[in-house]
Design a protein. Structure first.
Length: 270
């Protein structure tokens, strides 16, 4: 295998043909949620700036095709993951049921459902449902002996006990000061809008990589997008493999990772 690189193409095909079975320590996946299909634009939104509902061609599926796709990439992930490896999957209420059902059907065990509370979520326009303010990360394991660095995770928890001691991190993350990535961390296109509609916070990947991998381990992201997993893995001395089908996202990811590598070189000589 070639590490620290982005493989261009369909993730199922690439995992089957180019990644050996039981060779990956940790997989983080942010797959299509299947929530697109309708435009919604709020240019004058006052709770975080202009809002554009996610509406991407790659995120709009016939339901049966979506379930088939989900099953196939989960099955390929199961094959390449080590017996003590972990699989973390970002999802929303749109696809969490399918993800859990199909992953269990394949043989994964669900350890936790992490809940990320967005402190600045989209306003409730229709006023016909409760306001959607959360995303989820399902943590699955393949077999016994999985890695979980309890003490290191405690050190990342900004919450403290009453006496100021470090506290075990809950599965309820309400300390990300962003609904989606904003500010300098947000990657923008030339038109000023987000380059990717679903960019994840680097802090989320830091938690996942800390929890379930060691330095030198191989982290695979089959839906690499703009490269957040690779950026954080580089920073944390993990090997990584990204798979991405969209050439525009690959260009952005390569640029981000090159910038991260330059930072690492500079910090070495400071």
């Amino acid at each position: 295998m070639i590490y620290n690189t982005i493989l261009h193409g369909d993730c199922v095909t690439i995992m089957k043909e180019h990644i050996p079975s039981e060779s990956i320590d940790l997989i983080y996946a942010d797959p299509p949620y299947n929530l697109s299909g309708r435009d919604l634009i709020l240019k004058n939104n006052k709770t975080g700036g202009p809002f554009y509902k996610m509406n991407e061609e790659w995120d709009s599926w016939d339901y049966d095709k979506y379930c088939e796709f989900t099953y196939n990439w989960l099955l390929a992930s199961y094959s390449v993951l080590k017996s003590n490896g972990s699989l973390y999957i970002s999802c929303t209420y749109h696809n969490i049921g399918e993800v859990i059902f199909l992953a269990k059907k394949i043989g994964f065990k669900l350890n936790n459902i992490l809940t990320w509370v967005k402190t600045n979520a989209m306003p409730n326009i229709t006023k016909r449902t409760f306001k959607h303010t959360t995303e989820f990360v399902c943590w699955f394991v393949k077999g016994p002996g999985w890695k979980f660095h309890y003490n290191e995770i405690k050190m990342l928890n900004p919450r403290k006990t009453k006496d100021g001691s470090i506290k075990q991190m809950d599965d309820f993350f309400d300390f990300f000061e962003m609904p989606l990535v904003q500010g300098k961390e947000r990657i923008k296109s030339d038109n000023g809008r987000a380059a990717h509609p679903n960019q994840k916070p680097e802090k989320l990947l830091e938690i996942i990589i800390t929890a379930s991998s060691d330095e030198g381990d191989i982290v695979l992201d089959p839906f690499f997008g703009t490269g957040t997993t690779g950026v954080v893995a580089e920073r944390m001395n993990r090997k990584w493999i990204g798979i991405e089908i969209n050439e525009t996202y690959i260009k952005i990811a390569k640029k981000r990772i090159e910038e991260e590598r330059r930072k690492n070189v500079q910090s070495t000589f400071i």
